[in-house]
Write a protein that binds this ligand. Structure first.
Ligand code: DAH
Length: 338
């Protein structure tokens, strides 16, 4: 029986050696020292032992029980300590380490130029209004004097949603929406997204425009020239040279496109201006009486001018960007340069 007890102690220690978790330690304790454990099992045969040996075996039994029990408890505590240390080590905050800086976003160059233009026109007394990007054919074309089947529609390759609903191809429909709601005098500016089926280094299917409209009594082409000249000088600098070139838009009469002397080459001719020395910047003109008729304005009493410009183009020229697609790739290395 003595040797049986010694073997039991040996086995228990060997198992303890390989155990790792608290659960494993506890199950060793139950297996050897529990009420129905192996030690109790051996002791059941005590009756077979001679009376002389009994106290000896009893003592040995207690010793083994106590020593195993202490060892198991120690192992459990040790394991708990180790676990805690690992957690502390893992979560330790070293206050002397340099901090990791929070990356700060910035205003997109399109929004920067948009804000700049809005602020120039605000100083001229214009209010900023918005219109829907999903637009009725009526506002995008018809009310702007571009009837169905009119060749002018070909200039704007349109995304149709339904026969009479389009993704607006320009911001000009906002002119009509505003004039339907308000009576003159009016000075509004309307920035926003527009859509055309177009894609290359200078065209994306979605781009941004700003529309301007001024209606009052006695507005002349001179007012148009004055306001647009001051505006472009504020954006591109006082030395900017402009030219007004006759053009055609169905919703203005007369119409003019405005060019500035090329900001890249100063007019001597380069790749950006196509060797012409001039950059086309915006479309403009005096509001066509046909448009006034559509919104019940009396064109004998009122006159006005309108203009529209592309924000990507403005930003490309102002910041010297050669590919329009860079604006929409969301590459922080590009965006943080402005
Ligand atoms: N809507 C025209 C376009 O997208 C631009 C434009 C031209 C707007 C002349 C105007 C204007 O208001 O008077 O091509």
């Amino acid at each position: 029986m003595i040797s049986e007890l010694q073997q039991l102690e040996k086995d228990a220690l060997a198992e303890l050696d390989t155990a790792k978790t608290e659960d494993q330690f506890l199950s060793i304790k139950t297996k050897y020292l529990g009420r129905k454990g192996l030690l109790t099992g051996i002791l059941r045969n005590i009756a077979k032992v001679s009376d002389d040996e009994k106290p000896l075996i009893g003592k040995l039994c207690n010793e083994i029980k106590n020593s195993l029990s202490v060892k198991i408890d120690e192992a459990i505590q040790q394991q708990a300590r180790q676990k805690k240390e690992e957690i502390i080590l893992k979560e330790k905050i070293d206050v002397t380490l340099p901090g990791s800086s929070v990356k700060c976003g910035r205003i997109h160059p399109i929004n920067q130029i948009c804000r700049e233009i809005c602020s120039v026109f605000s100083s001229f007394g214009f209010s900023v209004v918005e219109g829907p990007e999903i637009e009725l054919d009526y506002y995008n074309f018809e009310a702007l004097n571009i009837p169905k089947d009119h060749p002018a529609r070909d200039m704007q390759d349109t995304f149709y949603i339904e026969e009479n609903i389009v993704l607006r191809t320009h911001t000009s429909p906002v002119q009509v929406r505003v004039m339907e709601k308000f009576r003159p005098p009016l000075r509004i500016l309307s920035p926003g997204k527009v859509y055309r089926r177009d894609s290359d280094v200078s065209h994306t299917p979605m781009f941004h425009q700003i529309e301007g409209l001024l209606v009052d009594k006695n507005v002349t082409f001179g007012d148009l020239k004055g306001i647009l000249t001051s505006f472009l000088k504020k954006i591109f600098g006082e030395v900017t040279v402009l030219r007004f070139r006759p053009s055609f838009f169905p919703f203005t009469e007369p119409s003019a496109e405005v060019d500035i002397r090329c900001v890249m080459c100063g007019g001597s001719g380069c790749r950006v201006c196509g060797q012409s020395g001039w950059l086309e910047i915006l479309g403009s003109g005096m509001v066509d009486p046909a448009v006034f008729r559509n919104v019940n304005y009396d064109s004998e009493e009122y006159s006005g001018f309108a203009f529209g410009l592309g924000l990507e183009r403005m930003a490309m020229l102002k910041y010297g960007i050669s590919d329009i697609r860079l604006f929409f790739e969301n590459d922080i290395r590009f965006l943080k340069q402005f």
